[in-house]
Write a protein that binds this ligand. Structure first.
Ligand code: SF4
Length: 361
């Protein structure tokens, strides 16, 4: 392990990418970056990270921010519970840690949304604590290096990976060591075509020696994403369009969208929209015009969202499954925090309005 550690640190010094969160030891900035990087590519994160820190430069600014502003800064990054948890944790840090991000992994893990990985990353990178990290990149490097050929989702395998990472982190520069492991996984020990000839760990690596690196780590196949059909409406009344907000927890929690909902099996999309508007926002719509459909892949569901322009509705707004609504000037829904699927829906409606010469969207 000593030789592995030394080789990793040397390689990292020479090859690390110049990323904005590597210019700082500010634990708040590192925590924000690590939260954004979960499930999201580095290139996507960079502009979001820079904008987020400009808008919320420290724990206090985030703790006192409006949730709509925080979600707005996150819009398009996905997995919105990360943003909600960041803000909740900032509040808790202000209330119980005097506004300072804790330097202890256990204290970090007690905060909303901070798991073992993020706690280890912040403690090691910002405070040089000998705490391990295991994310997808590290799990791949370690399973190949150690020749682990069992399913990495099995609890005992996961335990072994964390133990190996902990052994590596117990040495000089644990923050750099952890980043070196992650960076090696991102740049060299890549999923399909590991570049073993350029790897500083090749002489120590079991998978390289046996020639089966590309087949590791072993993982059970993910179940295919479930197909879901839904419908949403551009509902205008007196020149204002209806927007609804999802409750704070769950998929797309706290984000705004056009009203509608999932279709039942084999339900006609127009009939399903009319039913959803009646049941979920208390409005009756007599006529709908089909505008098209957009598709979006969430982690476990593949959504096809049918979009309609609706005649002015009758009834009073009564929400079920949403926690707020607004009648907005057309065009201003895109200023509220919304997810990628709503962005696609608005683009489609705007495009079809333009091609039809209409100003309805
Ligand atoms: Fe990965 Fe190959 Fe390096 Fe082993 S030698 S850690 S398989 S890149």
């Amino acid at each position: 392990m000593k030789q592995v550690r030394r080789a990793l640190l040397k390689w990292y010094r020479a090859n690390r990418r110049d990323l904005p969160w590597r210019q700082t030891r500010d634990p708040y900035a590192i925590w924000v970056s690590e939260t954004m990087l979960q499930q999201t590519r580095v290139e996507t994160v960079v502009p979001y990270y820079e904008r987020f820190l400009e808008r919320f430069p420290d724990v206090q600014a985030l703790a006192s921010a409006d949730m709509d502003d925080v979600l707005g800064a996150w819009a398009g990054l996905g997995y919105y519970s990360r943003a909600r948890n960041l803000k909740a944790a900032a509040r808790e840090i202000t209330d119980t840690h005097g506004g300072r991000v804790p330097d202890d992994a256990e204290d970090l893990r007690a905060l909303p949304g901070i798991g073992r990985y993020t706690a280890g990353a912040v403690a090691s990178i910002a405070f040089d604590r000998p705490e391990p990290v295991v994310d997808g990149n590290v799990a791949r490097v370690l399973s190949r290096l150690l020749g682990i050929r069992e399913d990495i989702k099995r609890p005992q395998v996961n335990k072994r990976l964390w133990e190996a990472a902990a052994t590596l982190a117990r040495g000089p520069h644990p923050g750099n060591l952890n980043q070196a492991l992650m960076e090696l996984g991102a740049l060299v020990c890549t999923p399909a075509e590991p570049r073993c000839l350029a790897c500083p760990l090749a002489v120590h690596c079991d998978a390289h020696r046996r020639g089966d690196a590309a087949s590791l780590p072993k993982k059970q196949r993910k179940p295919a994403a479930r197909r879901v059909e839904a419908a949403a409406g551009w509902v205008l009344r007196r020149g204002k369009v209806l927007a609804v907000r999802r409750p704070p927890t769950g998929l797309l929690g706290g984000l705004w969208e056009l009203p509608g909902g999932d279709l039942e099996q084999r339900e006609d999309p127009a009939a399903g929209l009319v039913r959803n508007l009646r049941e979920r926002v208390g409005l009756s719509v007599a006529r709908t015009d089909y505008a098209g459909a957009v598709e979006h892949l969430f982690s476990h569901r593949r959504l096809r969202l049918h979009l309609f322009r609706c005649d002015p509705p009758r009834g009073r707004t009564r929400l079920d499954g949403f926690d707020a609504h607004r009648w907005l000037a057309p065009g201003s829904l895109c200023e509220l925090p919304h997810g990628a699927v709503t962005r696609k829906a608005l683009a489609l409606l705007a495009g079809t309005a333009a091609s039809a010469g209409s100003d309805r969207a």
